[in-house]
Design a protein around this ligand. Structure first.
Ligand SMILES: *Cc1c(COP(=O)(O)O)cnc(C)c1O
Ligand SMILES: [Zn+2]
Length: 437
């Protein structure tokens, strides 16, 4: 498979390092990032080249750090970008769309993208064991893709994760280590283990490769908008990597002449119970004050975010903003998205929708601007947060008279079935946004 030339570069001192499993600069201890030969890429990549390939992240292979000859074995990504007119009507946006990574394959979160790119490099670096510290979704994805690619997997998680995320790791045969502590404790332990064992930690020593996988969200959004950039994008933040890499993706597309330059406002979303990045933005600070997380949005519960300063920079330089919402608003927003668009997201998506509503209310996002909400994970993994929201109905006998009696008991004073809302007068809803553009 044709790939491109790339190397690692220190994000602070700029020193170049050959491709290797390392996430920080030995000279100044700042994070390393993958960089490409953009002059030669400008001559090779085009809309037509990408469009000629199957709809998955590998269609952008020249813009990813892949070892020479790498043959992917899974069609990861290329999730739908759908218009969201019913949700838009409820929260006040006429050009709202959803990037739906709740249906990303193979494990129903955007983490499948980052793991695919990290594991592509793990083999060529000589690892036979891969590992991660995780708030849940990364655990699921590393376990599944390690099974698929024939790696042994060691997964480290805080002990209080959702049952579905624990089971959804164990089922793939991974070694699961539950730690009594927060994600930040788990992550610190993993850095120490990575120094002792020759394991490929996808978010520690393989982190530069992992982060490049996040860029594919940005490439796909631009392509699905007809090779255009949106006015606004709302992104949930844990470590702050996804939001900074979507920015990198948009910048690269402009640099390569694949989209017209355009100011895109980046908006970061967090839960109020773990909001180190949004708190810094709201205080006009460039520094992260670590927090002790307390929120149902466990996938975002990182109190000391590794890419926090880069996320702050991406947000503030773009003219965007960051907000956070309470756990109650998270649950309400999950239900609102499900009822209005038929998309069942996990708590992180509730954070994104709740924050988007807040930002529109604050007039930071205007109704006629094209606004993309990144829905990053699937609601079937966090059903525990809805356990009090719905009662189990009393079953009835399989008889028509019983059903008619049941129906009569449900008809409310306005002569309609309780819980049914009147149909909204809406324009026709196209599912693929590109068709509208
Ligand atoms: C990990 C995760 C995020 C945030 O990712 P970062 O790159 O760490 O900011 C968002 N949503 C979900 C569902 C996640 O699992
Ligand atoms: Zn350096």
């Amino acid at each position: 498979m044709a790939t491109s030339t790339y190397e690692l570069r220190c994000r602070e001192c700029g020193k170049a390092w050959p491709s290797q499993p390392r996430n920080y600069c030995e000279d100044c201890f700042s994070p390393l990032e993958v960089t490409y030969d953009y002059d030669s890429l400008r001559k090779t990549v085009s809309h037509e080249l990408f469009a000629s390939r199957a709809p998955n992240i590998w269609r952008y292979r020249e813009l990813l750090p892949l070892p020479a000859g790498y043959q992917p074995s899974l069609p990861v990504g290329y999730t739908p970008l759908v218009s969201a007119p019913r949700l838009g009507e409820k929260i006040g946006s006429r050009r709202l769309c959803i990037k739906n990574d709740a249906v990303c394959l193979p494990t129903l979160s955007f983490k499948d993208r980052v793991v695919a790119v990290a594991l592509a490099n793990a083999r060529s670096f000589g690892f036979d064991t891969v590992a991660c510290s995780s708030t849940g979704n990364l655990a699921n994805s590393v376990a599944a893709q390690a099974a698929r690619e024939g790696f042994k997997a060691w997964i480290f998680i805080p002990s209080d994760l959702e049952p579905a995320k624990i089971l959804g790791t164990q089922v793939f045969g991974a070694e699961l280590v539950r730690i009594n502590g927060s994600y930040d404790h788990v992550n610190r332990l993993c850095s120490q283990i990575a120094d002792e064992h020759r394991w490929g930690f996808v978010n520690v020593n393989l982190r530069p490769y992992y982060s490049e996988g996040s860029k594919t969200v940005g490439y796909e959004i631009a392509e699905q908008l007809g090779w255009r950039l949106p006015d606004n994008i709302v992104v949930p933040m844990a470590g702050g990597s996804l939001i900074s890499k979507i920015k990198k993706a948009f910048d690269e597309l402009v640099l390569l002449g694949l989209v017209d330059p355009k100011p895109v406002k980046f908006f970061g979303a967090q839960a109020s119970g773990c909001s180190p990045i949004s708190t810094a933005v709201k205080q006009y600070s460039t520094e992260i004050e670590p927090q002790r997380p307390k929120t149902i949005a466990r996938s975002l519960a990182i109190g000391n975010p590794a890419d926090g300063p880069y996320a702050i920079k991406a947000i503030t330089k773009s003219g965007g903003w960051s907000e956070d919402v309470s756990d109650t608003e998270v649950v309400e927003s999950i239900q609102l998205l499900a009822k209005s668009e038929g998309i069942f997201t996990e708590t992180a998506g509730g954070v994104t929708v709740g924050v988007a509503r807040k930002l529109i209310h604050q007039d930071r996002i205007l109704p006629d601007e094209t606004t993309v909400l990144c829905i990053t994970g699937n609601g079937l993994k966090t059903t525990d947060v809805l356990s009090d929201a719905y009662q189990a109905e009393t079953p009835i006998a399989p008889k028509l008279v019983e059903f008619e009696a049941y129906l009569a008991s449900k008809v409310g004073e306005f002569g309609r079935v309780a819980g049914e809302t009147p149909a909204l007068p809406l324009a026709t809803k196209s599912t693929v946004l590109a068709a509208e553009a």
